[in-house]
Write a protein that binds this ligand. Structure first.
Ligand code: NI
Length: 198
């Protein structure tokens, strides 16, 4: 059970995120709507990016704005209906500029260890389940200028990297669950859809 201090911190964090989200909503040039499961674009592999130009840099900024507006810490291009290998991550949610990551055409080179933590997804709102992931990953990707770089991540960053790179291959976190759990979630979503709540 969380102590009072922990609860206060979580509360303050939620409030800060909400404030950031609202500020971005007001200042953003363009926000993209996040598509939800079962939109077929989420199940499709994204195309490799071959042109690194101003248009791409602009699109990446729109992705960050759309991610903050939706109060997420990661967003993949297919989630805003653009089937390309682009993802943005910021596990600090606009607190630490150095945490802002843009990964274009990313590939996981190495993985180690295991994590089993709860995940959610902007394309599957209000659904949270524990997912088995590697505890550490090394990723190679290109930046907005097309330069190759490597990034290593553990804990939350490792999970975000794996979750977002999955999106670029048409894989959702529910695809990592047991058949039974996945079917239950899909049935729950279908019911929500029927009631107009999805
Ligand atoms: Ni997701």
């Amino acid at each position: 059970m969380p102590t009072e201090t922990q609860t206060d911190t979580a509360e303050a964090k939620r409030a800060a995120r909400k404030a950031t989200s609202e500020a971005v909503r007001k200042s953003a040039k363009k926000l993209h709507e996040v598509v939800k499961y079962p939109d077929p674009i989420l199940m499709k592999k994204g195309e490799l990016v071959t042109e690194f130009n101003d248009e791409l840099a602009q699109f990446v900024e729109e992705m960050f704005d759309s991610m903050y507006a939706a109060q997420g810490i990661g967003l993949a291009a297919p989630q805003i209906a653009v089937s390309k290998q682009i993802t943005v991550i910021d596990i600090s949610f606009n607190e630490r500029p150095e945490d802002k990551l843009v990964l274009i055409n990313p590939v996981i080179l190495e993985r180690e260890g295991t994590l089993y933590e709860e995940e959610g997804c902007l394309s599957l709102p209000d659904i949270n389940e524990k997912v088995k992931r590697a505890g550490w990953v090394k990723v190679r990707a290109q930046d907005v200028k097309g330069e190759f770089f490597e990034v290593e991540g553990e804990e939350l960053l490792a999970r975000a990297l794996q979750h977002e790179i999955d999106h670029l291959h048409g894989v959702l976190f529910i695809d990592h669950l047991s058949r039974l759990k996945r079917d239950l979630i899909i049935r729950r979503i279908k019911k929500l859809q029927r009631n107009g709540d999805w």
